[in-house]
Design a protein around this ligand. Structure first.
Ligand SMILES: [Zn+2]
Length: 72
């Protein structure tokens, strides 16, 4: 009985799936239901990679000189 996990968002989601008219955020082609919201698995992979790269890039933006000295 884990059905409580998805509240009313389920209805909205079902609506979207019955009308797949959004565009792929990667290449702009019409998205398919199978790979929603992307047009293909390739674009889904591209997005996933971008996401991962972004995650890994985050720590790199931290300047090591920004660390406060622990001497006090
Ligand atoms: Zn695409």
């Amino acid at each position: 009985m884990n059905d409580d996990r998805a509240p009313r968002q389920t209805t909205d989601d079902a609506k979207e799936h019955s009308r797949p008219e959004r565009k792929c955020p990667i290449c702009g082609k019409p998205a398919t239901i199978a790979d929603d919201p992307f047009c293909s698995k390739r674009c889904a992979d591209v997005d996933l990679n971008r996401w991962l790269v972004g995650l890994y890039a985050l720590p790199a933006t931290v300047d090591p000189d920004d660390e406060e000295p622990t001497a006090d």
